[in-house]
Design a binder for this molecule. Structure first.
Ligand SMILES: Cc1cc2nc3c(=O)[nH]c(=O)nc-3n(C[C@H](O)[C@H](O)[C@H](O)COP(=O)(O)OP(=O)(O)OC[C@H]3O[C@@H](n4cnc5c(N)ncnc54)[C@H](O)[C@@H]3O)c2cc1C
Length: 380
């Protein structure tokens, strides 16, 4: 017995599912979004809020182009959300800096820029190195420590308030007629005539002709049930947040950014610790120490919050989008830049799901790119 049926069921109400469900509903599809309860692992509520283009897509040019397009349409996306829901995502695109505090970091940034330009082929990787004087001109209201030598700058980078973004996408989805069902932990997907049924741990059953599996860390298990392979792993990042301060950082500096509410976010570690999302004294201390080296006058600012959260990390760091060949109409979407890519997810994924229309080169995102590597689907 079905609790509900829809044209499309989106499994997962995080950054990716939220954006896709919002886009699907606005495209006129009768959409049901199923999500777990409040105690679930939710990367959407623990991230840094960057809409970031520089360095994205080394090894997969399609991802660099995808990130760049996302940045280009983010203002329109954010304005649409505000118009339909009244929620301002706080999006700004002043450009972004990745600060270098040693000769080694300078060389590494220069090397990335050279590699990305070569990969783009047409020289259109839009990021360049700036020296300390140029950094000080861009950020005139703070004093940088002596270790700050240079930075890479990208004019397409920006940031938003990720919690407001999530709220806006959910509100916009529901306003356009979408239905949100929390406390629905999907444990199985089965065939039901020509359609599919989704079964939850709570004992409910929902039906649809199409399903989008967009449930973050829950994807590998569900994907395997419908002939899809999702080789993602958890990677922990820790973040610290200061008390609110007067506006003084006009642009995000990679791991240091001032939010629309005044607090300064400091991050972000990259730790391979499995499904352990605790924050730890050693890593938090290292994040604070680096921030104090970069901005010595901030050494006595109070830290008011800190947390750990788990990235949903594909082996090469690039998104994976696939439709099942054996269960047509079931799609899998995952990546570790859900804030950055929210605008392209809302715009393009609905066309793929509803009409099979994809942007040029979209097939590059298939999991098939891992063929011949340890991350390929196991045989059989
Ligand atoms: C420390 C850190 C910093 C980051 N910084 C940035 C950044 O600056 N910019 C950026 O673009 N990205 C950033 N990210 C990544 C970004 O947060 C993720 O890409 C994004 O949240 C992934 O969205 P998602 O919807 O796939 O997963 P989630 O946001 O985790 O959402 C998945 C949802 O699915 C639900 N779910 C899981 N299993 C099931 C199931 N079986 N049935 C029903 N529901 C289920 C969960 O409860 C959850 O609500 C960061 C991540 C981390 C950890």
């Amino acid at each position: 017995m079905f609790m509900d049926t829809a044209d499309v069921i989106v499994i997962g109400g995080g950054m990716v599912g939220g954006a896709i469900a919002y886009g699907l509903t606005r495209a006129g599809a009768n959409t049901l979004m199923l999500d777990e309860g409040d105690d679930a692992l939710r990367t959407a509520r623990g991230n840094f809020g960057l809409v970031w283009v520089q360095t994205k897509g080394r090894g997969l040019q399609r991802y660099q182009d995808w990130s760049r397009e996302s940045s280009e349409i983010w203002t329109e996306f954010s304005d649409d959300l505000q118009e339909s829901t009244g929620v301002n995502t706080g999006y700004e695109k002043p450009g972004g800096l990745t600060l270098c505090t040693s000769d080694e970091e300078v060389r590494a940034s220069e090397e990335i820029i050279a590699a990305m330009k070569a990969q783009a082929g047409n020289g259109q990787y839009d990021s360049w190195m700036i020296d300390r004087q140029e950094i000080e001109a861009l950020v005139p209201d703070v004093r940088f420590g002596p270790d700050v030598l240079a930075a890479s700058f990208c004019p397409h980078d920006g940031h938003a308030n990720p919690l407001k973004l999530l709220r806006a996408m959910h509100a916009g989805f529901q306003k356009a007629g979408g239905r949100y069902q929390p406390n629905a932990s999907v444990v199985d997907i089965v065939r039901d005539g020509e359609d599919y049924a989704v079964v939850t741990a709570e004992g409910a059953r929902y039906g649809a002709a199409k399903i989008v599996i967009a449930c973050g860390h829950g994807i590998p298990e569900l994907a395997a049930k419908v002939g899809l392979h999702c080789p993602t792993r958890p990677q922990r990042g820790q973040i610290l947040v200061t008390e609110r301060l007067q506006p003084m950082l006009p642009l995000p500096m990679g791991s240091i950014r001032q939010t629309d509410e005044g607090s300064i976010m400091l991050g972000v570690s990259h730790e391979e610790v499995g499904f352990d999302d605790r924050n730890t004294g050693d890593v938090s201390g290292a994040i604070a120490a680096r921030a104090a080296r970069i901005l010595p006058d901030f050494a006595n600012v109070n830290i008011v919050r800190s947390w750990g959260a788990l990235r949903i990390m594909p082996p090469d760091g690039c998104p994976i989008y696939d439709e099942s060949e054996t269960w047509p109409g079931i799609f899998m979407t995952t990546n570790h830049s859900g804030v950055t890519l929210a605008s392209v997810h809302a715009k393009h994924i609905p066309n793929w799901v509803l009409r099979g229309e994809t942007p040029v080169g979209f097939q590059d995102f298939s999991v098939k790119r891992f063929k011949g590597t340890p991350h390929a689907a196991p045989p059989g």
